[in-house]
Design a protein around this ligand. Structure first.
Ligand code: NAD
Length: 264
């Protein structure tokens, strides 16, 4: 599905990013596995991707650091020649009630979740514009998939910084899609619901917590990273070539106002 394409996945040594990097490799793409800590985990992802007969490279960079991001793209172009797919996935939480949230907690989440996506998207778009469409590789000059969240539309008490960052990702994605569409570049987002990863371990690790969580999910199962990885893979492929500026919710129905299931 993605043979001959070059992909970069940020935060690719854990959770959703890890599953996505592997899914893209399985679909035939060469993959840069970005990580900020735990090199061993990143190298393990590289080995798993290489098992599909494609190339992979682990690269350490903090997505919120401009120089590290430009360095990462320079290395990718040197190593793989170009980039066709960016999955801007890296993200984190620093939770606190609004009145107790420190500026550092606010800033860290905005820096990584929003500014990090901007910096990576900017560098990917420069290369997409330079190179243009390559017939036989993809109908598009390049694809960006922003990892958003159901919290781009669902307010989330105790997580003001995180929800604000994902609301920002929505406008980042849509504005980029509008601006870059005429150049043949597709920008879209995937918005996961509750996915079983380290970021939200507290929400699913005890049976009581999982039971509460399932009340918010009409489809009554917690998602797996592979649920998101397959959505990203299809969205980045030419099967979705006419999909531009859209958020694909992959959430078991979490955004269907489940509290109203019994009439409200
Ligand atoms: P995770 O904690 O397993 O993975 C996050 C990854 O981002 C890790 O590899 C981490 O090292 C990396 N990262 C953090 N800061 C970074 C930085 N400065 N530079 C580079 N990488 C950095 O969590 P996850 O659930 O896999 O989260 C991935 C994305 O999915 C995030 O954007 C998150 O907001 C989003 N998301 C997750 C869920 C969920 O339920 N798990 C739901 C909605 C959205």
């Amino acid at each position: 599905m993605l043979r001959g394409q070059k992909a970069l996945v940020t935060g690719a040594n854990s959770g959703i990013g890890l599953a996505t990097a592997i899914a893209l490799g399985r679909a035939g793409a060469d993959v840069v596995v970005n990580y900020v800590s735990d090199r061993d985990a990143a190298e393990d992802v590289v080995r798993r991707i290489e098992g599909f007969g494609v190339r992979a490279l682990a690269y350490e960079a903090d997505v919120s650091d401009e120089a590290q991001v430009t360095g990462m793209f320079a290395r990718m172009l040197e190593e793989f020649g170009t980039i066709d797919i960016l999955v801007a996935n890296a993200g984190l939480q620093r939770d606190a009630p609004a009145t107790e949230m420190t500026l550092a907690q606010w800033q860290k989440v905005i820096d990584v979740n929003l500014t990090g996506q901007f910096l990576c998207a900017r560098e990917a778009a420069k290369e997409f514009l330079r190179r243009g469409v390559v017939p036989g590789v993809s109908r598009s000059a390049g694809k960006i998939v922003c990892m958003s969240s159901v919290h781009q539309v669902i307010p989330w008490s105790g997580h003001l910084n995180y929800a604000s960052s994902k609301g920002g990702v929505l406008m980042l994605m849509e504005t980029l899609a509008q601006e870059l569409g005429p150049s043949g570049i597709r920008v879209n987002a995937v918005a996961p619901g509750a996915i079983r990863t380290p970021i939200n371990r507290a929400a699913w690790e005890t049976p009581e917590a999982e039971r509460d969580l399932l009340k918010l999910i009409p489809y009554r199962r917690v998602g797996d990273p592979e649920d998101i990885a397959s959505a990203v893979t299809v969205l980045a492929s030419d099967l979705m070539d006419y999909v531009v500026g859209t958020t694909l919710f992959v959430d078991g129905g979490m955004t269907l106002f489940p509290g109203f299931a019994t009439g409200g």
